[in-house]
Design a protein around this ligand. Structure first.
Ligand code: ZN
Length: 239
């Protein structure tokens, strides 16, 4: 009997496999969280968000890619940092950015997004953020050196970028393509012709950025902005 119960428990734990979450340092006080989804490729596709240490607690940029993944992200953060996540900022309305918004809300973590991101989430049947990013961020987050910019064009029409001044880290999300990816990726909800000018706007707004984090793939520097412009211009020439 004991053996059978043990066997049943083993089968159950295999069925509810724990999603893989990686936490990797980006800069002083900044880490990227990486979650994975199987899109049918040779290996699962990774997705980046950020964990930022501030004087008032940890701030997330983007949820993990899915609900189970976001639940696991919170568990990993609790184990590794022993600190509370006090807020999350979402950078556009796709599953890999906002998919875990309800999980964060259920854990009493306020999730912030612009009205444009929430409107797009509603349209796409995704969870929304309960807190609006208006003119600025909540004061505690601004004091921590965080800011954001609606770039108006690119991977998704509503995408924003987030900047952390103390570590000079620019989180571009899917608005920025990593060096190892060719092409522009999924742009069904995007504005490709407006993308190069939007990239120049982001570059001009955050000239002092040293670390640039794309939505997927490896972290780099401002050369990722140039690389993305090249990829977008090549795609525009093809069409
Ligand atoms: Zn996206």
């Amino acid at each position: 009997m004991k053996f059978m119960l043990l066997a049943a428990a083993l089968v159950m734990s295999q069925a509810e496999e724990t999603p893989r979450i990686d936490i990797e340092p980006v800069a002083d006080g900044v880490w990227r969280h990486v979650s994975f989804q199987d899109l049918g490729g040779a290996a699962p596709t990774p997705s980046n968000g950020l964990v930022i240490e501030t004087p008032v607690g940890l701030v997330l940029v983007d949820t993990a890619w899915g609900e189970a993944e976001t639940r696991q992200l919170l568990a990993v953060i609790e184990r590794q940092f022993g600190q509370r996540v006090i807020a999350a900022i979402v950078t556009h309305a796709h599953e890999d950015r906002i998919g875990g918004a309800d999980v964060l809300a259920a854990a009493d973590i306020p999730v912030y997004a612009t009205p444009e991101i929430n409107a797009a989430a509603r349209e796409r049947g995704l969870p929304e953020a309960a807190h609006a990013l208006g003119e600025g961020l909540p004061p505690a987050l601004m004091v921590a050196g965080l800011s954001w910019l609606a770039v108006e064009g690119g991977h998704a029409r509503e995408n924003i970028v987030v900047y952390h001044a103390p570590s000079r880290t620019l989180f571009g999300g899917c608005f920025i393509r990593p060096l190892e990816y060719r092409g522009v990726g999924y742009v069904e909800d995007g504005d490709v012709p407006a993308w190069p000018a939007a990239l120049e706007r982001a570059r001009a707004a955050y000239l002092e950025a040293v670390h640039v984090v794309p939505g997927h793939g490896q972290v780099g520097g401002p050369e990722l902005i140039t690389h993305t412009i090249e990829q977008v211009e090549a795609a525009l020439e093809e069409n």
